[in-house]
Design a protein around this ligand. Structure first.
Ligand SMILES: *Cc1c(COP(=O)(O)O)cnc(C)c1O
Length: 235
């Protein structure tokens, strides 16, 4: 199947899951994770109606965003201090901030460009050692750090669930949604008004994430890999 066919199916199913859970059918923003494909594939995705793309390497983000500046670019990868200026230059939303010492660097880079950088805080809900992110009980103090920087705006939380078990993924997403709810309740209204996003769900678990309140799903293979949907359906 082509990107267009995958995208239409994912969109329709996403809307149906939203409706089944009492949510607005358009509550979820589908970010097409384009990290494994080149410009021709992204251009085909744009033609099919996708306008949000996710990249996990700053150099690839920069290359692709320079070629397609009218699209919305998301940075979803590991952050290194010396790459922060490049990320800020091209990313509309950074999904993967978790290190307190990076916040001042994002603030300075954004101030220099006259922008406010929207970010999500990455949370390691599952506690897997292989995953990066804040422990759930570290998020409140990270929010306080961010509140001191006017060019960094925290829009919500992001997580990656352990792969391979839908029940575990669902629990992980439910826990992130609950954490966000509790944190928002404790925020100053000026900050709480922007704190609305839950970036959770990938090719294998986005359905569970949407059911648990995801506002952004990050989908790579299920959109760009020609045989993914067929494999998934048979499994
Ligand atoms: C690669 C990646 C995705 C997309 O993964 P798929 O399983 O291909 O959908 C989502 N989020 C992050 C952070 C990634 O690195």
């Amino acid at each position: 199947m082509s990107f267009r066919e995958h995208y239409e199916l994912v969109k329709a199913e996403c809307e149906a899951i939203c409706v089944a859970h009492g949510r607005d059918p358009h509550a979820v923003n589908i970010v097409a994770v384009s990290k494994t494909v080149g410009l021709p594939e992204i251009e085909a995705a744009v033609a099919a109606g996708a306008h949000n793309f996710g990249e996990n390497r700053p150099d690839m983000l920069a290359d692709k965003a320079r070629e397609l500046p009218d699209q919305t670019w998301h940075f979803i990868g590991n952050i290194q201090s010396r790459k922060i200026e490049e990320i800020v230059q091209y990313a509309t939303l950074v999904h993967s901030l978790y290190q307190p010492h990076h916040v001042a660097k994002f603030d300075a880079a954004a101030a220099a460009l006259g922008k406010v950088q929207d970010v999500l805080l990455e949370v390691n809900v599952s506690g897997e050692e292989s995953k990066s992110g804040l422990a759930p009980d570290e998020v409140a103090s990270m929010l306080e750090v961010c509140a001191g920087y006017p060019h960094v705006r925290v829009r919500g939380l992001m997580t990656m669930a352990p792969q391979g078990n839908a029940d575990i993924a669902r629990d992980c997403f439910a826990a992130l949604a609950q954490l966000a709810k509790e944190l928002k309740a404790g925020m100053e209204p000026a900050n709480a008004q922007y704190f609305n996003e839950l970036s959770m769900g990938m090719s294998e678990d986005w359905r569970e994430a949407v059911a648990q309140g995801a506002t952004i799903v990050r989908i790579g293979r299920a959109l760009f890999a020609e045989d993914f949907a067929e494999v998934h359906t048979q499994a």
